[in-house]
Write a protein that binds this ligand. Structure first.
Ligand code: SF4
Ligand code: SF4
Length: 438
């Protein structure tokens, strides 16, 4: 399985790569080289310790659906020994959850390996999904920034959403079911002043899907940051983080979005860039892997708020509620900030928090995975839904917009009366109404 050194030398001497259907690699894409790809894959000693932690392997029992199997497939593909739809199907069904990377004793950088493989495959003209999937994934990051998006969203919710729910093909109905009934565009751009003594200025990243479907979490984030003593800069010029494009191998588009976002946030005297959706935040934090990074730390909101703590004199009022806490893969495996939400929620008197007993596996949302692999996404959602049935809590908290939408849709379909929210929304509730926030 190890690559033939002579071929690797040949590839290396040619520098950047694109696979042209045989054993020859040529320069045609920046940022990825075949020798780098193989070096990363060669770190895998095939021990199999990652297998029990891989959601797709746990579901299928198929080696091709495991991290070890996928790494072997990438090695064979990069050496020009294998190809074809079966290979691509196994790679397409990878969630990119990086559970395997977290567990790997050999420190195989699986997330980067997968991203670079998808970039290389895209460079040779191969893209996952059919035309409709691709259209949805291309439009999704752009839609919230259209000038008339708010009006279009309202018209859609009044008319087409109901019609589609009744008559559209199942895949459209699935997407339609994700949109919360109270969706509305976030539009509170600008500089929001700190309350009380100012402790610094932070930037807030809204995200494309978040802007369209998670206005409550974004509003809560601003409210709590201000009450914590931070001025909040929310530039209207920010765009999608670029993760959806990178998942599909479109490095050029991901880099273009990174450039726009850097222009929107850099030079504003920010102490940190704060993300509300952990999937976006994880990608923002890794911008340096795909070009220039940031001059400031990129932080998950719960982790940031818990670390700096509330200012002296801010009283948090009790929220008497029993909640389940879901941990998104991006928060755990990419940001490594999984303790943040529990630490933030521990500041709220009266709140009873229980980790969701979902086995630590991905819920199936995983960015564009929902669109490209809807059946798998629904099968993977069963474990957290079952855990919620057992827990019988009145609220589920999660730190990623995609997980929130996916789990909320599953709960509605299952007829379970559990409200889904972001931890920042509970923190916002707990801020004393008396003179604490504006
Ligand atoms: S744990 Fe790491 S080294 Fe072992 S099979 Fe998985 S990826 Fe390879
Ligand atoms: S990223 Fe997740 S789904 Fe993909 S191989 Fe690793 S553990 Fe499995």
């Amino acid at each position: 399985m190890n690559p033939d050194p002579s071929r690797r030398g040949c590839a290396q001497s040619r520098g950047r790569f694109g696979y042209n259907g045989g054993l020859h690699f040529r320069i045609d894409h920046r940022g990825v080289s075949i020798s780098d790809l193989l070096q990363q894959a060669d770190l895998c000693v095939k021990c199999g310790l990652c297998l029990p932690h891989c959601p797709t392997y746990r579901l299928s029992g198929d080696e091709g659906e495991s991290p070890r199997g996928r790494i072997a497939l990438v090695q064979g593909w990069a050496q020009g020994r294998i190809g074809g739809e079966r290979l691509y199907r196994h790679l397409d069904r990878c969630l990119g959850c990086r559970n395997c990377e977290r567990m790997c004793p050999s420190e195989v950088p699986y997330g980067r390996l997968l991203a670079e493989t998808r970039i290389a495959q895209r460079a040779q003209g191969r893209r996952a999904g059919d035309r409709l999937d691709r259209l949805v994934l291309d439009l999704m990051p752009k839609a919230p920034f259209w000038g008339q998006a708010q009006a279009l969203l309202k018209v859609y919710q009044k008319g087409p959403a109901r019609v589609l729910a009744a008559v559209a093909p199942q895949r459209i109905r699935r997407l339609n079911a994700l949109m919360p009934a109270d969706a509305g565009l976030f539009d509170a751009y600008g500089l929001h002043p700190a309350i009380g003594d100012k402790r610094g200025r932070v930037g807030l990243f809204t995200g494309c899907v978040g802007r369209m479907a998670d206005r409550p979490a974004l509003a809560a984030a601003i409210r709590v940051l201000r009450a914590w003593g931070f001025e909040v800069w929310v530039p209207a010029g920010q765009r999608c983080c670029g993760a959806l494009d990178l998942h599909q191998g479109d490095q050029a588009q991901a880099e273009a979005l990174a450039t726009i976002n850097r222009g929107a946030f850099e030079g504003q005297g920010l102490a940190a860039l704060i993300g509300v959706a952990s999937g976006c935040t994880a990608h923002l934090a890794e911008y340096d892997q795909w070009g220039a990074g940031w001059s400031m730390p990129v932080r998950d909101i719960s982790d940031f708020l818990a670390a700096v703590g509330p200012p002296q004199g801010l009283e948090l009022r009790p929220v008497r509620r029993k909640v389940s806490l879901h941990t998104p893969c991006s928060l755990r495996n990419s940001l490594r900030a999984e303790s943040g939400p529990a630490r933030l929620l521990a500041l709220v008197p009266g709140l009873e928090v229980e980790p969701l007993d979902d086995g630590g596996l991905c819920c199936g949302a995983a960015g564009g995975y929902l669109v490209l692999q809807p059946e798998m996404a629904e099968r993977l959602r069963e474990a957290p839904l079952e855990a919620l049935r057992r827990a019988a809590r009145e609220q589920l908290l999660t730190s990623n917009t995609g997980c929130k939408l996916h789990l909320a849709a599953g709960l509605r379909q299952a007829g379970l009366d559990v409200r889904v929210a972001h931890p920042a929304e509970v923190a916002a509730e707990a801020i004393s109404a008396k003179g604490s926030v504006g």
